[in-house]
Design a binder for this molecule. Structure first.
Ligand code: GTP
Ligand code: MG
Length: 136
């Protein structure tokens, strides 16, 4: 069965949207296989975001992810990677479609990093890599 790593980022946890977000993923039909709340270390985040090293948003992104607890989950189901990314909406929450998690609950707060509530793996390879990092 296909699996994906979902993170409720610090903005989602801080705003009390964890339950709502997990509930929407379950309501779409995916199975919650693993769940925990974590205060991520810089080392863990540097591994998770290694593809973004050197980009202008990299350091603000890592700092943002260190700013509060994160909820990490593994969801499973046929085509869950694609299905969750569709449910999450596009990266920029200002233009993410209404009906998506980012589109319904996210906006631009005028800060350096895009606070867009959730992360979802973008391929089967990233999913297995990321699940190994967060659920070692
Ligand atoms: P994730 O599911 O979080 O990985 O989002 P994504 O796959 O839609 O985006 P990507 O992997 O390209 O970027 C990871 C995260 O970096 C995003 O979720 C944003 O929080 C942030 N980010 C990406 N692109 C930009 C950008 O152009 N500007 C800023 N400020 N932040 C960005
Ligand atoms: Mg990504």
């Amino acid at each position: 069965i296909e699996r994906t790593l979902v993170l409720v980022k610090p903005d989602g946890v801080q705003r009390g949207l964890t339950g709502t977000i997990l509930s929407r993923i379950e309501a779409k039909g995916y199975r919650l296989a693993e769940l925990k709340q974590v205060e991520a270390s810089r080392e863990l985040l540097e591994k998770h975001y290694e593809e973004h090293v050197g980009k202008p948003f990299y350091e603000p992104l890592v700092e943002f992810m260190l700013s509060g607890p994160v909820v990490a989950a593994v969801f499973e189901g046929h085509r869950v990677i694609e299905g969750f990314r569709s449910l999450a909406g596009t990266t920029d929450p200002t233009i993410a479609a209404p009906g998506t998690i980012r589109g319904d609950f996210g906006r631009d707060w005028g800060v350096k990093v895009q606070q867009n509530l959730v992360h979802g793996s973008d391929s089967a390879e990233s999913a297995e890599r990321e699940i190994g990092i967060w659920f070692a």
